[in-house]
Design a protein around this ligand. Structure first.
Ligand SMILES: [Zn+2]
Length: 375
């Protein structure tokens, strides 16, 4: 284990060394640390480049895909000349250019319940840059059983979320937030969903920052916190996540005893995030409400808006207070959410889906559309 930095390293990392809480000791911690990065795509790109640049000594990369031209709009590890070639080779070439002092370990495979424990056992921190639910459950379960911290990130269109799951250090696991896989068909494919190119740069960079903090042992770890970024409204929000005593993995009476379980063994389809959304038109809503509707209709506007116009039977829960009411909502019934035009309600549905309310739907066009078509 190296105990000193070379003159070239002292020069390269001088801006780290100037920070009193890092210094040469901190830089050596980074040099002696290892991080496993699951996926070399949109989130993997900023993670890999910043972790390599910062001098994390050993970086493991897992990816079995080849570079596609449609990746280049957001996966900044890869360039034009690498289209059609393995992502791992492209990533390695780029990262060696970023920092030749870093050791790269390439795993040209898909992470599966059969190989996850063996691969991850060799690293200090796991960073999830995957784009589908089964892999997220798998990285979570693997990190849990190996008692290693997991730095989570997910993106969709204009919104992203990130946090650190490390039940062995306190706080919840990913399953405490999302107990089950979303229902099949409730999430569009990657090709249908889309993401604005800069978004993974922001979420992935936060993941890289939390990873460095974990290794350096500085600052506060965001255990039990989910940072949600809304690009369209230029807003960061911090949501509190609680450990679920009923969690099938980290709860009081766990049912899951290995990384081979229904969620991790599910067919990994290309589903970008839990934020993908089901919708309903106001015409469909009118028909539903006229019948024997057993679900819940929520209005997430503010009280003064509700006072002006409302849909009969809707329960007013302003968006900012949604998480306070989360425990009173029925997870086993349809939850239809409306606002004025459909934007705030879309956020609400994403928040609900992230908490396992797989039957939440957004009312398209909101009460404006409802009133416009009032018969
Ligand atoms: Zn849990």
């Amino acid at each position: 284990m190296p105990e000193k930095l070379s003159p070239a390293e002292l020069l390269r990392y001088s801006r780290h060394l100037l920070i009193p809480s890092i210094g040469e000791e901190g830089q050596l911690r980074l040099k002696n640390a290892s991080v496993l990065l699951v996926g070399c795509g949109a989130l993997g790109s900023p993670n890999a480049m910043y972790l390599a640049a910062a001098g994390v000594g050993r970086i493991g990369l897992i990816d079995a895909d080849v570079v596609d031209a449609s990746n280049l709009q957001r996966q900044i590890l890869h360039g034009e000349s690498w289209v059609g070639k393995p992502k791992l080779e492209s990533a390695a070439a780029r990262l060696r250019e970023v920092n030749p002092h870093v050791t790269l370990e390439l795993h040209p495979v898909r992470l599966t319940p059969d190989n996850a424990m063996d691969i991850a056992a060799g690293y200090d921190v796991l960073v999830d840059g995957s784009d589908n639910f089964p892999t997220r459950f798998l990285t979570n379960d693997t990190a849990f059983f190996l008692r290693k911290p997991l730095v989570y990130g997910a993106i969709h269109r204009f919104e992203g979320q990130t946090g650190v799951f490390a039940p062995h250090l306190g706080g919840p696991c990913y399953r405490c937030m999302l107990p089950h896989l979303p229902a099949p068909g409730s999430v569009p494919s990657c090709a249908e969903a889309g993401v604005l190119g800069v978004l993974p740069g922001i979420i992935g960079s936060i993941q890289a920052m939390e990873t460095l903090k974990l290794i350096l042992g500085i600052g506060a770890m965001p255990l039990g916190k989910l940072t949600a970024y809304d690009a369209l409204h230029s807003q960061f929000r911090t949501l509190t996540l609680h450990r679920d005593p009923q969690c099938r993995l980290c709860g009081e009476h766990p049912e899951i005893s290995s990384v081979r379980n229904p969620e991790t063994l599910a067919q990994a389809t290309c589903t970008p995030t839990e934020n993908s959304m089901q919708t309903i038109t106001t015409a469909e809503l009118r028909t539903l409400l006229a019948g024997d509707f057993q679900g819940l209709l929520i209005d997430v506007r503010e009280p003064h808006e509700h006072a002006i116009a409302r849909i009969e039977g809707a329960r007013l829960i302003p968006l900012g207070t949604l998480m306070e009411h989360i425990d009173s909502l029925p997870a086993d019934r349809d939850i239809l959410v409306h606002c004025k035009m459909g934007m705030r309600s879309a956020r609400a549905v994403e928040m609900l889906m992230a908490r396992g309310f797989t039957r939440a739907k957004n009312v398209l066009g909101g009460i404006d559309a409802w009133l416009a078509e009032d018969p």
